[in-house]
Ligand binder design. Structure first.
Ligand code: AP5
Ligand code: MG
Length: 215
């Protein structure tokens, strides 16, 4: 199984990828999480990308492509993966098709007002990839991750100005990929609105159906 979770900031890519990773035992490869981990560890990559990410802009293609290529070459990704947040430009999509021609792209569709309400209430786990929401997906204990017990935090790029820029970057640089993948024939539109459990139930069925189609 090789799936790209595609969609605007706040569409639920990370939330759904965590569910799918546990259901299908596949590595969840989120470029955003990889960059945030590099920032926390203060690696050269982390120092390079911090201001770019905080401003809500995209990291240049080559650094992003190298990072994904290296991650997908690891043994746990040999038989499949879930990509979350990559590709995000035509250049990245072309690079992905060079090193992995076969995959499905799931486009999670969510309207702008819903995206903004999701991002403004999001809380992230500092220890794993789980994201929570102050209203829609509360942790059992306030400020603590249900899955790993680590403290929750607010992402720097969830501030209003960064969110605005992320949505603009999405519309100008990332959304054109919808036509690119529609032409390739591997794009599947999924309604990303509604209760997270209901979205996951329909997405899981779609993933199973797509997987069966390939075999
Ligand atoms: P990244 O971390 O990928 O951020 P993003 O694409 O902006 O997406 P988000 O993580 O904000 O949203 P999501 O779709 O994962 O939603 P989530 O599940 O958390 O990238 C961050 C930055 O890194 C980029 O801006 C860029 O600078 C850089 N970067 C990353 N990849 C790059 C690339 N390929 N090229 C260049 N630069 C790159 O859900 C959001 C909230 O809603 C949560 O609170 C969640 O609990 C809640 N929620 C989820 N589903 C539902 C639902 N059905 N109902 C109600 N609430 C829900
Ligand atoms: Mg995410």
């Amino acid at each position: 199984m090789r799936f790209v979770f595609f969609g605007p900031p706040g569409a639920g890519k990370g939330t759904m990828a965590v569910e799918a990773s546990s259901e299908f035992s596949l590595p969840h490869v989120s470029t955003g999480d990889l960059f945030r981990s590099a920032i926390r560890k203060r690696t050269p990559l982390g120092l390079y990308v911090k201001t770019i990410i905080d401003a809500g802009s995209l990291v240049p293609d080559q650094a992003t492509i190298d990072l994904v290529k290296e991650r997908l070459a690891q043994p746990d990704a040999r038989s499949g993966w879930l990509l979350d947040g990559f590709p995000r430009t035509i250049g990245q999509a072309q690079a992905l098709s060079d090193f992995c021609p076969e995959n499905w792209v799931i486009d999670l569709q969510v309207s702008d007002p819903v995206l903004i309400s999701r991002l403004s209430g999001r809380r992230m786990c500092s220890g794993c990839s789980h994201s929570y929401h102050m209203v829609f997906k509360q942790p059992k204990i306030d400020g603590v991750c249900d899955a790993c017990g680590s403290p929750l935090y607010i992402r720097d790029d969830d501030r209003e100005a960064s969110v605005r820029n992320r949505l603009l970057e999405y519309r100008s640089l990332t959304e054109p990929l919808v036509d690119y993948y529609r032409e390739k024939g591997n794009l599947v539109m999924v309604n990303g609105e509604g209760d997270p459990k209901a979205v996951w139930a329909s997405l899981k069925q779609i993933m199973l159906d797509l997987h069966a189609l390939k075999h």
